[in-house]
Design a protein around this ligand. Structure first.
Ligand SMILES: [Zn+2]
Length: 339
């Protein structure tokens, strides 16, 4: 098969790899219907995360089940499925509490999905089948459910976005933009997107943002306070993962409010005394996307939401290196790859 492999910083190649096979009786093999590049793939791409290279890339996936191991009960060959970036048994106490990304049997969700085929462990707990074969135009939206939509949704949930609440969103990548969509779906009356890029502001407005703030850092916090009677937002979604973005999120939240942080943390160190006196709730981490998958699939297949709009560039899998460049240089919000 053809698959995307990272050989070193900014060295992405599409090359021949062995077809994945069933290794454990709980595995499934998926033929990918679409793949994509994640903002979090840019950390190893830029050399900011150490990975053992060559590294097969990609952790977001949708496609058709080709083969299952002898213990797999809930998915069958021929079904169209959506999975997530951590495989989970979905039966342990942690999973049943809705925290499948912390499953006691957690493992990587697949063996690289910027490829033609991938192997998914713990298939029964990890994969959710769609009702029948989805229309082709729904596939990009279903692919977002695998990570960026599910992560934005968890951030909105963790920030307790809902009726009567004002939500601010720090970060205008795919997760932040879909956090805007999630906050509106969960009933938030006002959603303030923080972005200084015209194309991303437009997407945020399409997804339901009511206000745009272009300032960042201390000025951004001051603008959020201006817009909320001096108090700060009830709910803040943090979708970047840097020191600046975390402090911006905490400082833009009113006392008693909630921060949902889902940007993968890089060198963030929180000042304890400021945190102590802030009175805000902090909750986040790797999103338990599996908790939300059935609901998200339903919202997409009923055409209630259209998160697939977040893909603003589509390329053949063979051009994965260009997909990485486009996202690295912020020429694209999110790139869809056609296997
Ligand atoms: Zn579990």
């Amino acid at each position: 098969m053809r698959a995307t492999v990272l050989h070193g910083p900014r060295d992405v190649r599409v090359e021949d790899r062995p077809d994945p096979t069933v290794e454990q009786p709980t595995d499934a093999i998926i033929r990918l219907a679409a793949a994509c590049v994640c903002g979090s793939d840019l950390w190893p791409y830029r050399g900011a995360d150490a990975v053992s290279e060559p590294a097969p890339m990609g952790h977001e996936y949708v496609g058709v089940v080709e083969e299952v191991g002898s213990d797999v009960r809930t998915v069958k060959p021929g079904q169209f499925v959506v999975g997530t970036f951590f495989a989970s048994d979905n039966t342990c106490e942690i999973c049943r509490a809705g925290y499948q990304t912390h499953c006691v049997n957690r493992q990587p969700g697949c063996t690289g999905s910027q490829a033609q085929y991938t192997r998914v462990p713990l298939a029964d707990g990890t994969l959710v089948a769609t009702p029948g074969q989805p229309d082709a135009d729904l596939i990009p939206s279903l692919l977002t459910a695998s990570d960026v939509l599910g992560t934005g949704w968890f951030a909105a949930d963790a920030a307790q976005a809902g009726p009567g609440r004002t939500v601010a969103v720090v970060g205008d990548g795919a997760v932040g933009l879909l956090g805007v969509l999630a906050a509106r779906q969960l009933g938030a009356e006002r959603v303030i997107a923080m972005s200084r890029h015209a194309d991303r502001q437009k997407l945020a407005l399409d997804f339901g943002a009511t206000d745009i703030v272009t300032e960042r850092g201390g000025e951004g916090v001051a603008r959020i306070k201006d817009l909320t009677g001096g108090l700060g937002a009830h709910s803040v979604i943090e979708a970047v993962g840097t020191q600046e973005s975390m402090l911006q999120a905490i400082r833009a939240t009113r006392a008693g409010g909630h921060v949902g942080f889902v940007g993968v943390s890089h060198d963030v160190s929180l000042p304890g005394r400021e945190l102590f006196y802030s009175g805000v709730h902090l909750h986040g981490g790797p999103a338990p996307v599996r908790r939300f998958l059935p609901e998200l699939i339903d919202l997409i297949t009923s055409r209630t939401i259209d998160p697939g709009k977040v893909f603003d560039l589509t390329l053949p899998l063979e051009q994965a290196a260009e997909a990485y460049r486009a996202m690295d240089e912020r020429r694209a919000v999110k790139v869809l790859l056609q296997p």
